[in-house]
Design a protein around this ligand. Sequence first.
Ligand code: HPA
Length: 299
Amino acid sequence: MEGVEPHVGIKKLVFEREDEHIRRMSMFLEEAVNQLLRAIRLRPCLGVVLGSAFGGVVNELEVDAEVQFDELPGMPSSSVKGHAGKFVVGRLAGLEVLVQAGRLHYYEGHSMEVVTFPMRLMAAVGVQRLVLTNAAGGISADLNVGDFMQITDHINLMGENPLRGTVTEGRTRFVDMADAYSAELGQALGQAAERCGLVLKQGVYLAVSGPSYETPAEIGAFANMGADAVGMSTVPETIVAKQCGMEVLGLSCITNAAAGKATDPITHEEVLAASVQASRNAAVLLNSFCDFLRDADER
Ligand code: HPA
């Protein structure tokens, strides 16, 4: 790097390292896909990512196989309290599902390639429809703690896009996001909620990188931008799922009022406690959703 301006040299180094990381992750993918396919007998078309509040859903599964994250190349073990780390294949309300129990968060320090590796993995093993669940802070006055919100659209304020960098072979880099969240799956969720007597709200989810919570000024700005709820996940997964050609359903559980909307400070413990409170309903809702899809598939 002799004769190169120092900052240009550093930029080149960073670029090469990121590029190398992306290349390594795509090599891991092939191995991870083969390993996962060897471990499971079912070939589910529906994938489900369980965020906080939805973790209890694994207990509802008729399990076929479990694979710990760290058994697969490219997958780290999840370090955040309240998040397990495994893929579980089984049946939920009789429908075959591939469940990611435990999410990889950008705020944990994982790269976007790592955070979204499970989407590439799921797509490669045959998942066509993906349910992304999360805990979120309520911005809209219409949202209360314990409410479920179907994500109709999102705003990406994470400061990163998972498609940045080397493009994956056979995939487009410039993914259309106009219909990021499937209206058809959203309608199915609405009907499933009705069937089990739960209220389902709808709204726009705004993603930040975290891990600090927002300031009241930020929440005020997000409200002006059209956001109904705020969280620290889901958006990168949606973007990569869309690149992989999957249909996406987004579902938030409101675990707290966003910053400035309530007098008490927001804590991770409060979010986890509200998640535990909502987990029964969360399991009922997802169960009903799978039941609805299975009925629709059989018709
Ligand atoms: N902000 C960001 N992420 C969150 C929140 C919040 O208020 N609640 C749950 N996840």
